[in-house]
Ligand binder design. Structure first.
Ligand code: OOB
Length: 564
């Protein structure tokens, strides 16, 4: 099958791609084809649950096909991008499937993103439409979407749930787009005929990012199917499974590891919940007979504590609890099975590709102390020292990877690609990892300048750039500080220009709010220093600062500004 050339993406080399095809790792089918095959086998079975809505497979695929047709009728074309920012609700799933059918590419913005991030993502992807829930958690997404459309030269449509606003002629009712079809057979036939190229992007994911604003990651139909099938296999998914989607669905983990798409591909059922708050999550698990759920460590921790406080058997149906996104402390790992009655599956993954998991039948020691091993036989992993030399098992080093679902570069980011990828396509995630002789990986730290705040990734550079907008700021450094709940929080060190008033944490946070930045990037703590410590080569010594804040937290009687 010939390659389409997708400007801005970095293809796998031809010989590697041919090998992946020959071995059946790439099926050369669009995701829609496979998913619709699964759906056709069980039209009456409930595919998607959201509150009182219970949508059978037939209705899900009908709506998605009708929606695919309506998106194209609007004027969108295959390969056009739609910036999608929606909460966990059935509309997100139908819209995503419609895009996959039509070959329109969803750009998976996070619900927490605000003008700062969305403007960047819209510009970089040249999005022609934006899709939002009108108002979510008290925030007027529709208004912001209209502002984006006004400012972004490519953006022609604002798709919003609810009655189309009278704001301007670009408004389109997302409810109407996602409504049931009128002529089922015709809409199905039309969508069947679209079949996006399997090497074309199925979606754009957002990178956690270490430099400035987030990068876009193009995931092709071929690579994403490979990701879905491998992660569904390691979670032993079957059509009897009921998956609970509580993490924001646009993250790779709940979307595709196996997540929403992997569950649907297996013929199981997806239950959408807007938040992982324990009382509601537990009630839903019980009511819907949820068998598989995914959580970040902070959520798993809350679930364990809630269960221990309230007792009962609400989570009885839960077969697997996947935990990933940041390091799960071993002391919590051992408590999951006894408290929740589910097998823990640690997941060390990245939007850039490689997914590692523990296996359900692994010894308990592996499950509770490691982050597992690659899910696919063709995943390649190397652990390198700072000079780029391969390290033996047992020695910590930087992890590099290649494989059938790990793209070879970020979208339109040649300079950044030079830093993040080795010349022969190995992606360096910036995690410091030990590979044990049994092949399992243990994540020990990172050498990337990022803060992992409960699974949400914050680029230190992005935060520092924002801080320099403050007049009085002479020098800054953003570092992680340990936190018992989120694992890490964001601490900023600031040197103030001589004679200028020292800003408070509230003032700093107000600057971030005024810049309309996602709230998880607001600093949690501010430390003022006369000067920042430097390394021998004259760079800011962040290791010393992390040590400093850890010491201050351990001895909390120093004068400081804290958000907590
Ligand atoms: C997931 O994806 P991203 O793209 O938000 O973040 C990737 C980074 C990794 O490079 C690593 O630094 C960290 O998140 N991470 C973990 C981890 N899982 C992810 N660090 C320690 N232990 C873990 N278990 O976070 C993601 C994507 C797919 C599945 C699961 C997580």
């Amino acid at each position: 099958m010939s390659h389409p050339t997708h400007e801005g993406t970095v293809p796998w080399p031809d010989d590697v791609a041919a090998d992946y095809r020959a071995k059946g790792f790439w099926l050369d089918q669009p995701i829609g084809d496979l998913l619709w095959q699964t759906a056709d086998l069980r039209p009456e079975d409930v595919a998607l649950v959201d509150g009182h809505i219970r949508m059978p497979y037939a209705e899900l695929t009908d709506r998605a096909d009708a929606a695919a047709g309506r998106l194209l009728a609007l004027g969108l074309e295959p390969d056009d991008r739609v910036l999608v920012q929606m909460p966990n609700e059935w509309q997100f799933v139908v819209l995503t499937l419609a895009c996959l059918r039509a070959g329109v590419i969803p750009v998976m913005a996070l619900p927490a993103h605000r003008r700062h991030e969305l403007t960047h993502l819209a510009g970089l992807s040249e999005a022609r439409a934006v899709a939002v829930r009108q108002v979510s958690r008290g925030f007027d997404h529709e208004q912001l979407a209209h502002d984006l459309a006004t400012e972004s030269p490519d953006m022609q449509w604002v798709l919003a749930t609810g009655e189309p606003g009278e704001l301007d002629p670009r408004s389109v009712s997302l409810d109407q787009i996602l409504a049931p079809g009128v002529d089922r057979r015709a809409e199905r036939a039309a969508a069947d005929g679209l079949r996006p190229h399997p090497d074309s992007p199925a979606c754009f994911l957002i990178s956690g990012g270490t430099t400035g604003l987030p990068k876009l990651i193009t995931r092709t139909h071929n690579d994403y199917i490979c990701n879905l099938r491998a992660t569904a296999a390691t979670a032993a998914m079957t059509e009897a499974d009921v998956y609970l989607g509580t993490l924001p669905s646009s993250h790779n983990f709940p979307l595709a590891c196996p997540g929403i798409l992997g569950t649907l591909l297996t013929g199981g059922r997806v239950v959408m919940l807007p938040s992982p708050e324990p009382s509601r999550a537990f009630a839903t698990i019980e009511q819907e007979g949820v068998t598989v759920a995914a959580a970040v460590p902070a959520v798993a921790q809350r679930w364990i504590e809630y269960q221990q406080e309230h007792g009962g058997t609400q989570t009885r149906s839960l077969r697997v609890l996947q935990v990933g996104g940041s390091r799960l402390p071993d002391e919590y790992a051992v408590r999951i099975a006894p408290a929740l009655g589910a097998t823990l599956q640690q997941v060390f993954g990245m939007a850039e590709g490689l997914i590692n998991t523990t296996r359900l039948d692994d010894p308990i020691e592996v499950i509770t102390t490691t982050q597992g091993r690659p899910v696919h036989e063709a995943d390649e992993v190397r652990i390198l020292d700072p000079a780029g030399v391969d390290l033996p098992d047992g020695e910590p080093g930087s992890i590099y990877t290649r494989g059938p679902y790990t793209p070879r570069g970020y979208y339109r980011a040649p300079e950044h690609n030079e830093r993040a990828f080795l010349p022969d396509g190995w992606y360096g995630s910036g995690d410091i990892v030990v590979r044990r002789p049994d092949g399992n990986l243990v994540v020990q730290g990172r050498d990337k300048d990022m803060i992992n705040r409960g699974g949400e990734k914050i680029s230190a550079e992005e935060v520092e750039d924002l801080l320099y907008r403050i007049e009085a700021v002479e020098m800054v450094a953003a570092v992680s500080m340990p936190d018992p709940v989120l694992g890490e929080r964001l601490c900023v060190y600031v040197v103030v220009k001589g004679g200028r008033p020292v800003p408070t944490l509230e003032e700093v946070r107000a600057v971030f709010a005024a810049a309309e930045v996602a709230a998880f990037k607001y600093p949690d703590r501010l430390e003022i220093l006369g000067q920042l410590p430097l390394t021998k080569v004259g760079k800011i010594d962040k290791r010393a600062l992390r040590q400093d804040i850890a010491t201050r937290l351990a001895h909390p009687n120093s004068t400081q500004e804290s958000a907590r």
